[in-house]
Design a protein around this ligand. Sequence first.
Ligand code: NAD
Length: 498
Amino acid sequence: MATIEHWIGGSFTAGSGHRRGPVFNPATGEQQHEVVLASTADVDAAVGAARAAFESWSQASLSKRTKILFNFRELVNARVGELAELVSDEHGKVLSDAAGEVQRGLEVIEFACGIPELLKGSYTDQASTGVDVFSFREPLGVCAGITPFNFPAMVPMWMHPVAIACGNTFVLKPSERDPSASNYVAGLWREAGLPDGVFNVLHGDKEAVDGLLRHPDVAAVSFVGSTPIARYIHQEGTANGKRVQALGGAKNHAIILPDADLDFAAQHLVAAAFGSAGERCMAISAAVAVGSAGDALMDLVSRKAAEVKVGPGRDPSSEMGPVVTAAAKERIESLIGSGEKQGAKLLVDGRGLRVEGHEGGFFVGPTVIDQVQPSMDVYTEEIFGPVLSTVRADDVDSAIDLINSNPYGNGTAIFTSSGEAARRFQRGVRVGMIGINVPIPVPMAYYSFGGWKDSLFGDKHIHGPEGVSFYTRGKVVTSRWPHVDHASGASLHFPTAS
Ligand code: NAD
């Protein structure tokens, strides 16, 4: 059994912490590795390495940084397969889905390759007589990234390529449940020519996170994970004077209107609810069937859900893999049970699924629950598993009201053939990312990603233009190169343009 170590200052180290965490293969249910869990001294070592590297990296020319980013892009592109295998083996998702997440991460790297253009400042000639004004942006220093288990390659790539391109150095604290992809990426950065200490990987749990949140040399923290932890990270990080963006959990609704192509909608709902076993922050977990759409839609969704082929991520015929841990499986199955007890109608029940040859795996089958009421646990909880709950609504306005009364605001979608209804929806919902006949509306890398309400704490969305803004701070220079005229002296009045 391999021990997964920290990557600090360009080498692997077990650090000084003695605690270890198990890393499972969710398809078999067996522990395959152990991962070191950082102590506060290990946090100091990682931040220290990043702090030392910042001195020269922040001064590296844009052309040097860009060259390394392009090299990194080529290496990630060439190793999508290897990365996808690491992701699949520790997360459980099927290989094609794992390759898809690497591809979406790659798009952020490609965006970051344009950093010379993105960092261009502004210039105003002759703002006042003989006075010019210009602005530019500088890196912050050491930035930390704390990431969830569900996208072990992509979510860190939302952060480090942009932070590093901007001239910062980075300490990544990935999820302790699937830590290997981050070490692999560290190797690619090194191969790309990134100086040691610019990108570091610190493995661990709350102790590592708290160490980063309180370390005086950490300038900014990007977090993606569940809402209670996101709220905590934002409060604790900002209380310690750090810039923080903390993306939280979700309960994404899709409204299906009777005028939609119901077969198309059902197909996309099933993909969006059960892809990656529902362990996506943009998964559709609540369908809102409007008026007469309900019964026909439920019939189609149930039939398609029952056809999803569940199996190990490495089997190319599997469409959906296991969930991440035994505890996740238990929690999801118990929530399904609560739905039934509280009066919802279980149309497809994924509990107790056995996959031949993988009896110990953490499998839960696709589950469809109808007639769900907003007070039920299956509706109020973020289940984060392959469970689609359906609420019935009378019209589009009450469906929009339902979405707006939910505490989360990450993503939402509408299926309709009415432009008028779609426009009412896009303007009316208080949600950050919206799909129109697109169930998982993840913005392209040149937009920024983020939700509203309890799905994001802080004011900057992640990657894209807001990512560049998050990882830099602006300076405005007002400059005068005077023809020295000793006759006109300086005035004590507040300076105004002349
Ligand atoms: P999580 O909140 O349990 O863990 C996220 C990170 O926080 C991990 O690195 C973990 O080690 C750390 N952490 C956990 N408990 C902590 C504590 N008490 N104190 C300090 N740090 C702690 O989330 P998860 O289960 O790994 O991921 C799933 C969650 O992430 C879901 O809620 C999902 O919606 C959310 N998510 C959100 C987005 C988004 O863009 N909004 C994207 C992906 C995942």
